[in-house]
Design a protein around this ligand. Structure first.
Ligand code: 5GP
Ligand code: MN
Length: 328
């Protein structure tokens, strides 16, 4: 009941605005792009002008999802739209900071702000907050939004939302996959989503250089605490050697996670000022969200992230030492 009134309030706010701008978290993944563009297309289809603003280039593998008409990248345009009374909706983003510097800086220009997300660590940064930690993906919530309002989907929207769910559930393998997740996914296929095409675009078009990078990274594998914790890394030098970008490291944490005996996986990649860590838990008793929040990050119980501003050896040692505390 509370949820349907939130949905109604969000829809009313969108309808009464001249325009809606949908934004999402930095380093966008398939749920970020799928839920933001899915929502924008859904609103547009129902007579509400809506566009997505991204402050950075999108990962190549997500470009197949993107409708160029509904997406813009220029800060000037963002400022102009916000000054003209646009409503700002942020999806799949736990903190105001993770909306990225450009949105963060211009946040107060928005007529109103709405936060739609499924992260347990969400800080309720919006004026209206619809946060459902049980949802497998924000895309699952956007489907619920559409369903609750009896809005019509089309195959583009269905593909976007399906992609978000597929990716955030690790292709329906992770513990966040619920009966509802599968029912929603089935409805999305009935509404025109093409599962084989989406999987193919997201997972089965890996360039050779990315596999070269993966093979280099595998050589860095460390198993700690009787093999219950696995760590692997990628340095900037390894990216240079293989001609890869940071985005090409996606999926490496899942390789660590897949190792027999590993309960917690950490993938560490070099960024400008330190190291970004992706953490995954395979054990329902072990919460990597609280582990990540210890380092100032966040996410979900089974998948979280954080940054360490230090050198590689110190970062690896810090994670290794601290991870002993969470093994139950
Ligand atoms: P990934 O490891 O795939 O980048 O992120 C896993 C999950 O943790 C995602 O839901 C992501 O949004 C969240 N996450 C990753 N890094 C951070 C961070 O630095 N801060 C917060 N609050 N969440 C993060
Ligand atoms: Mn998500």
């Amino acid at each position: 009941v509370a949820e349907s009134s939130k949905i109604a309030a969000i829809y009313d706010a969108a309808k009464s605005s001249k325009e809606v701008i949908v934004v999402t978290h930095i380093s966008p993944d398939a749920d970020a792009v799928g839920s933001s563009l899915g929502l924008a297309l859904l609103l547009e289809k129902n007579g509400i002008e809506a566009n997505c603003f991204f402050s950075e280039k999108l990962p190549v593998k997500l470009l197949s999802l993107v409708d160029k008409n509904r997406v813009f990248f220029a800060e000037d345009e963002l400022i102009e739209k916000l000054n003209n009374g646009a409503l700002l909706i942020g999806v799949d983003c736990a903190t105001k900071k993770r909306l990225g510097e450009v949105v963060y800086k211009n946040f107060s220009l928005a007529k109103a702000t709405i936060n739609i997300d499924h992260h347990a660590s969400n800080e309720n940064w919006g004026e209206l907050n619809w946060v459902v930690p049980d949802a497998a993906a924000t895309a699952e919530m956007i489907f619920g939004f559409s369903n609750s309002l009896s809005l019509k989907l089309n195959s583009d929207i269905a593909n976007l939302l399906y992609a978000g769910i597929l990716d955030d559930t690790g292709s329906f393998c992770f513990s966040n996959t619920s009966g509802k997740t599968l029912r929603v996914s089935a409805d999305l296929i009935d509404a025109g989503a093409n599962p084989a095409e989406i999987s193919n675009n997201l997972y089965f078009q890996v360039p050779e250089k990315v596999w070269r990078l993966r093979s280099k990274s595998l050589l860095t594998l460390r198993l700690e605490h009787q093999g219950r914790v696995g760590l692997m890394f990628v340095t900037q030098e390894m990216l240079n050697e293989t001609g890869c970008l940071s985005e090409d490291t996606e999926g490496l944490v899942d390789i660590i996670r897949s190792i027999q005996g590993v309960e917690v996986a950490f993938f560490v990649r070099e960024i400008e000022n330190g190291f970004k860590v992706s953490a995954r838990s395979k054990n329902p008793e072990i919460d990597v969200n609280s582990f990540a929040s210890f380092f100032g990050g966040g996410g979900h119980k089974a998948a979280a992230g954080f940054t360490i501003v230090d050198n590689l050896d110190t970062a690896l040692d810090l994670i290794t030492k601290k991870s002993k505390d969470i093994l139950v």
